[in-house]
Design a protein around this ligand. Structure first.
Ligand code: MN
Ligand code: MN
Length: 435
């Protein structure tokens, strides 16, 4: 909390010293707006204020001391993970819906072969544009052959995944996807996923529909067993006896044996093999688009990965103290997945509403369309996360770039600061700023 305090002192000393301030009932109610408002009234009728006068220091003490005391029950582990929620920064204001959830709070579906967690609009109401699924497949285990109404963007987190996807023209694409690499499946294209050796795989899926559900995909098992057997016989040539042997209910995730080598499987396909790689992408080998002292950033959108025309991403690495600069997106909500480290984000919206929350590995963040946000590494190791947008191209608007491009008189008139101060910081979009 000491950084927080220092920052607050710095901000407060830029304002007029107030002679009075109504005692706050809790830390979260001490907003900069109230503070400035009081300062402006300081020369007027002070008698109207019945509360004791407060200095800046007392105001901070009020946030950190007795006014913020909390003698009731507390969820200490949650408080330690979320200091910015428990004792909100004074810039917080109004009520914004939650911008945080964690895959570690979901109702995990575990069955032979692995498990799934999902964070969708049902778990996190602001997750409207995109939804995410985290999945584990042990060595040899399959996610059953299926398709769905959304496109599927995926990044492998551990191990290797063997994917198969059939195009409408009947060609089959097969590949192995390793840590940090991607696949993308257009809606309706049937596919399978399999964990291979030595320890299977773990990956994140992102869908361009916040209401997506892993419980609601089209499965080969259910499609066959819910078609009359005489039609199955006519369509496939399988007898009633064969129909009776089909899985009577969905397999979803199930154990199987580790497959033969990729080359062997490709050879066996003969002329059915799709030889052009459209569906997988080696993001782990992509050179970062932005490298700064504060970290680096890789953009992956339709410009580099053509099939991915509905979902794009930036993979951001921030060094301790590094900042993904203040910006917003013009054409999509943002859905975030935190891979590693510890950070915080503020989302500032209309009507003076702003909220700051903390994020840890396996957490999800959501940034509503157009809202200003930054992400700061508040930990001691690298912070790695994905910014996902439901658009073909990754586009952001930088606050620094905007101020930098403003005519001097316009900038001074709005910011009420000397031009030399305004021009002393970054004047263009750097995307990542140092500690
Ligand atoms: Mn799928
Ligand atoms: Mn963003």
């Amino acid at each position: 909390m000491s950084n927080d305090k220092d920052q607050m002192l710095k901000d407060l000393t830029a304002q007029e010293k107030p002679t009075t301030e109504k005692a706050p009932e809790s830390a979260g109610q001490v907003s900069r707006r109230n503070f400035v408002g009081t300062a402006a009234l300081a020369g007027a009728s002070l008698a109207t204020f019945s509360a004791a006068a407060q200095t800046r220091e007392e105001l901070i003490e009020g946030r950190q001391g007795n006014y913020a005391s909390d003698p009731g029950p507390q969820n200490q582990p949650l408080i330690l993970e979320n200091p910015n929620s428990h004792r909100p920064v004074f810039t917080n204001h109004g009520s914004l819906p939650p911008i945080w959830y964690s895959f570690d709070l979901t109702s995990r579906r575990i069955q032979g072969g692995g498990w799934t967690d999902q964070v969708t609009q049902r778990e996190l109401p602001t997750s409207k544009a995109l939804a995410g699924v985290s999945m584990r497949l042990t060595a040899g285990s399959f996610r059953e052959l299926h398709w769905h109404t959304s496109d599927e963007w995926a990044i492998v987190l551990t191990g290797t995944t063997r994917i198969t996807i059939m195009q409408p023209d009947g060609k089959m694409y097969i590949d192995d996807v390793g840590p940090g690499d991607l696949w993308y499946f257009p809606a309706g294209y049937p596919h399978s996923l399999q964990g291979i050796g030595p320890d299977g795989t773990d990956f994140l899926l992102v869908f361009n529909d916040g209401s997506f559900s892993e419980e609601d995909t089209f499965l080969i098992s259910e499609s066959l067993v819910h078609t009359p057997p005489e039609v199955i016989q006519k369509n496939m040539g399988w007898s009633m006896d064969s129909f009776n042997k089909l899985p009577p209910t969905q397999l979803y995730i199930f154990p199987s044996t580790v497959p033969p080598s990729l080359e062997e499987q490709k050879r066996a396909l003969g002329d059915r093999l799709e030889t052009v790689n459209k569906y997988t992408y080696k993001l782990s080998q992509q050179t970062p688009d932005v490298v700064r002292t504060g970290g680096s950033l890789k953009i992956i959108d339709v410009g580099k990965f053509q099939v991915a025309d509905k979902i794009c991403a930036a993979l951001v690495t921030l060094k301790p103290g590094g900042l993904r600069e203040m910006h917003w997106h013009t054409d999509s909500d943002e859905w975030q997945y935190y891979i590693k480290g510890k950070g915080r984000m503020t989302v500032a919206s209309t009507g003076a509403r702003a909220r700051t929350m903390d994020f840890n590995a396996n957490d999800v963040g959501v940034v509503p369309l157009m809202t200003t946000h930054y992400i700061e590494n508040t930990g001691t190791e690298d912070l790695v996360f994905l910014e996902m947008l439901r658009t073909p191209h990754f586009i952001s608007v930088s606050m620094n770039s905007w101020i930098g491009a403003l005519p001097d008189n316009v900038a001074v008139a709005h910011l009420k600061l000397p031009l030399s101060i305004i021009r002393s910081g970054p004047q263009t979009e750097l995307m990542i700023l140092p500690k």
